[in-house]
Design a protein around this ligand. Structure first.
Ligand SMILES: [Zn+2]
Length: 223
């Protein structure tokens, strides 16, 4: 991979807060790759290891595998840092509090001063995704975050609560291939990945068509 410049200073930063190790690629992968090419610093925070995906494997093996896959995907996308909080799936609310994740996040926000952050949609069908959305919005209120908070969908056929909010369209025609390559890093997820890949193409083409470009990702400004 091309080596990334880690020049510190006034580079614009973008932070993604997601529940599982592949959500950021499904939801924001093309946009992140585009931003990275523009010189923005991309920080990805994954709240769980997604270890429940392979209950037949020992936890340690699954965690190691999923962390490695995410790092590989981040390298393709050009993300500078990928951080895991190890929250257990299905226990987001309690573990976010017990692990004092708000304090960790405060440190990250004051270090990187992101101009824009991405997280799950409140319309998402998965409870872990919705709980993270709620936590992120509360956190932003508490720290009085001034940047944009944008929501993404991983797979959500029904957009209800957020559909009237401002939409942000990002033309990802130049980075869509990187998104697909990054998705292919999640080898351990391949069975579910393969079945979801068509939806990645379908949505990118549909969003692109509606916005006069080849492929696009669409987000909602939730704050
Ligand atoms: Zn997820």
């Amino acid at each position: 991979m091309a080596d990334k410049k880690t020049r510190k200073g006034k580079r614009d930063s973008v932070i993604v807060l997601c529940a599982h190790s592949d959500d950021q690629v499904f939801g924001v992968g093309g946009t992140l790759a585009k931003y990275a090419k523009e010189g923005k610093r991309i920080i990805i925070i994954v709240f769980s290891y997604g270890e429940k995906s392979h209950p037949w494997l020992k936890r340690k093996i699954t965690v190691k595998m999923r962390v490695q896959e995410s790092h590989d995907a981040s390298e393709i996308i050009g993300a500078e840092k990928t951080i895991f909080y190890g929250v257990e799936e299905g226990k987001f609310k309690d573990m976010i509090i017990s692990r004092m994740i708000d304090q960790k996040l405060r440190n990250i926000f004051s270090k990187y001063r992101p101009s824009r952050i991405f997280t799950h949609s409140s319309d998402d069908p998965l409870p872990d995704h919705r709980e993270l959305n709620q936590f992120v919005l509360e956190f932003c209120n508490i720290i009085d975050y001034k940047g944009d908070v944008l929501s993404f969908d991983v797979w959500n056929p029904f957009k209800l609560g957020e559909r009237n909010l401002p939409r942000i369209v990002v033309d990802i025609s130049d980075t869509f291939k990187l998104k697909i390559s990054a998705l292919k890093c999640f080898r351990s997820q391949w069975m579910s990945m393969a079945s979801l890949l068509w939806s990645v193409y379908y949505r990118a083409i549909k969003n692109g068509f509606a916005n006069h470009c080849r492929y696009a990702e669409v987000f909602y400004k939730i704050r």
